[in-house]
Design a protein around this ligand. Structure first.
Ligand code: SF4
Ligand code: SF4
Length: 437
């Protein structure tokens, strides 16, 4: 089987939200989906969008493994599906997403001249009334400026001093998210109407608008909360991986407009028979490697022959052979899946962020991750490896640590070249990158 997939390099995301805005313009610039962002860019650490979506005990998304080793969608099962016809499952409220608003521009333009500039009030896009905005995605990164607030106030200054000490340990990075177009999608398994399907030719997961009856079990079932309800049409909607663009050889709109050029799109070949088995391995920490075990080497003549027999065209096989996603996940082993413990086998993977490096050696032009303390530097990174492991490897630190060491080595190796110094093959050898480019 073939699967369109994506890898995002988090070191390169600047949180500009260009991807979010261009996706909005292309897909959800309509009434009924004002609050919907098929693509969103989360501040990390933070609550995400919708907030707390990662708490599956609360939202009942993803799959569970029964005692006999079988997989069961938490929001699915015949009884739960039947029940869903009479009562809605667990759904985030509009406050969990955020209440979309605009400004009262009329007031801004018609206010009489005065000493102060007129203020434009936020106005709810849903009710048209003035709104008190209490929550929005990315508010987690709005904590800066504490020191200015405290200036002149001794009590606040004392608090700020304490906070500043904590700030030194603080970190922030951005996590762009779209639907994962999972190999084992819980949204499809949870749908009582069979309206969600995975395209055989490229694995893109779509909602059949004619079959959707608006039960919203998919919203509960998706652990990434990447299906949304259109309250005008009464149907579910989600990221389509820009399939009309993909079909004519163009990248998704978020990839094309990404300022950091950090989204790599590519085709992966995989063994469908291995997927359910891999998704039901006992130990959550083994899921990441189990998913890698589903991918097939597109250069293996036996794989090529099997793909042809399955009806995959030659140009698709060629696309899988030049896929940057294959290179980053399987060849270089620097990309990791988001929350493999949800057992949906997600197909948007991430290169974890190495920055910011805390130790800059200004006199040499080298950074803290340089060869002398290559291994020490990973421990000195601001973003705790444990935090990244919680996102990408069900808490297993070793694979994240290995990726960060590789990234540090690559950066160090490249910096020597940029500084006009001798190449140091021992750096590449230290992390097993000899012979790689
Ligand atoms: Fe379905 Fe996408 Fe959610 Fe996976 S991430 S369960 S494919 S909506
Ligand atoms: Fe990050 Fe690219 Fe989106 Fe900007 S456009 S927020 S750099 S993913």
């Amino acid at each position: 089987m073939a699967q369109m997939s994506m890898v995002m390099n988090l070191d390169k995301c600047i949180g500009c939200h260009t991807c979010t805005v261009t996706c909005k313009q292309a897909w959800t610039n309509r009434s009924g989906v004002e609050y919907v962002w098929f693509n969103n860019v989360e501040s990390r650490p933070g609550q995400g969008y919708p907030r707390t979506y990662q708490d599956q005990d609360k939202w009942q998304g993803g799959w569970t493994r029964t005692r006999t080793g079988k997989l069961k969608p938490r929001a699915g099962g015949r009884v739960k599906k039947l029940f869903s016809i009479f009562a809605n499952p667990k759904l985030p409220s509009i406050q969990d997403y955020y209440e979309p608003w605009t400004y009262d521009y009329e007031h801004l333009l018609t206010a009489p001249a005065g000493e102060h500039s007129p203020v434009a009030r936020p106005k709810s896009l849903l009710t048209g009334e003035d709104t008190k905005v209490t929550w929005s995605a990315n508010w987690d990164d709005s904590l800066a400026g504490g020191n200015e607030i405290a200036a002149g106030d001794p009590v606040l200054a004392q608090i700020a001093d304490k906070v500043r000490q904590e700030y030194e340990k603080s970190f922030l990075f951005f996590l762009p998210r779209i639907c994962e177009h999972c190999l084992n999608p819980a949204c499809a398994a949870s749908c009582p109407s069979g309206a969600i399907y995975k395209r055989a030719e490229d694995g893109i997961v779509l909602v059949d608008q004619d079959r959707c009856r608006g039960w919203r079990m998919c919203i509960t079932g998706c652990p990434y909360k990447k299906v949304y309800f259109n309250h005008r049409t009464g149907k579910a909607e989600k990221c389509t991986m820009c399939f009309p663009r993909i079909e004519i050889g163009q990248p998704t709109i978020c990839s094309e407009t990404c300022v950091g050029r950090l989204r790599y799109l590519g085709l992966m070949l995989y063994d469908a028979d291995r997927v359910t088995k891999a998704a039901s391995v006992k130990d959550e920490k083994d899921l990441y490697q189990a998913q890698r075990g589903c991918f097939l080497d597109p250069f293996d003549p036996l794989v090529v022959a099997a793909a042809r027999a399955e009806g995959i065209p030659d140009d698709w096989i060629a696309a899988a052979q030049r896929s940057p996603v294959w290179d980053l996940i399987m060849r270089h082993e620097v990309a990791l899946p988001l929350h493999p413990e949800y057992r949906t086998m997600p197909m948007v993977w991430y290169i974890p962020p190495l920055s910011p490096v805390v130790d800059v050696l200004r006199d040499t032009g080298h950074d803290g991750e340089d060869v002398g303390n290559l291994f020490g530097a990973v421990d000195a990174l601001r973003i705790p490896v444990e935090y990244l492991a919680g996102l990408f490897t069900a808490g297993d630190v070793a694979p994240v640590d290995a990726v960060l060491r590789k990234l540090a080595a690559m950066r160090s190796y490249q910096r020597r070249i940029n500084l006009g110094e001798e190449r140091d093959e021992s750096i590449a050898a230290a992390v097993g990158m000899t012979g790689q480019q």
